[in-house]
Design a protein around this ligand. Structure first.
Ligand SMILES: *Cc1c(COP(=O)(O)O)cnc(C)c1O
Length: 197
């Protein structure tokens, strides 16, 4: 299980303190912030996770600065990433973002479309290492257990952990439940670093 320390909005010194404390995975959702922090901490042995949307005009910097791209939800985004990986000579694995909550405002493909997107991205030459989701906001994390369980079943239907080893799900409010339901990566910000400004 990997704890991704989500340091967005916090200064470089917070990231530095997190790495000093033994955390090894850092998550950011803005490319510029990811780039700046990575450059500032270039000598630190950290793995950098990009958690934001993949905008095609940001694909170059995402490919340059991320070690794992969590939120790919379209073939178009995949094409932009594949082109940039080719140009940069750098392969970065990706996760397919799935919208299990059914909220229209959320990014991610419908669960029914996940298989086609995984295949489509692999067809572009991308390394698809798993699935990612954001659960519905809920005061009681038990309320979102079915969403995490559905992600786990979806991953199993798509070939299981051999084919898709990563299941990125769970945040400050619900990571315990996500882990119980099979998360391999939890993305935790405020529970580690306090509220964001
Ligand atoms: C900000 C963010 C998180 C962390 O949220 P917390 O509630 O602070 O733990 C996790 N995942 C994504 C995609 C985020 O943008």
């Amino acid at each position: 299980m990997t704890l991704v320390a989500v340091t967005k909005t916090h200064p470089v010194k917070t990231v530095h303190a997190a790495l000093d404390a033994g955390l090894t995975a850092v998550g950011e959702n803005k490319v510029q912030e990811l780039a700046a922090k990575r450059e500032a901490l270039a000598s630190a042995p950290a793995v950098w996770h990009y958690l934001g949307r993949v905008q095609t005009n940001k694909a170059r910097d995402i490919v340059r600065y991320a070690d794992l791209i969590h939120g790919v939800d379209s073939l178009r985004a995949g094409e932009a990433l594949a082109r940039r990986m080719e140009a940069e000579g750098r392969r970065v694995p990706v996760l397919v973002q799935v919208n299990v909550s059914g909220e229209a405002s959320k990014a991610g493909v419908e669960p029914e479309q996940a298989a086609a997107l995984v295949d489509g991205l692999r067809g572009l030459g991308l390394d698809v290492h798993g699935l990612m989701t954001l659960a519905s906001p809920a005061d009681d994390p038990e309320a979102v257990r079915p969403e995490f369980a559905r992600m786990r079943r979806l991953r199993d239907d798509l070939g299981g952990a051999d084919r898709l080893p990563i299941l990125s799900m769970g945040m400050s409010g619900d990571f315990e439940v996500a882990v119980e339901e099979g998360a391999t990566h939890v993305r935790v910000g405020s529970a580690l670093f306090g509220d964001r400004a």
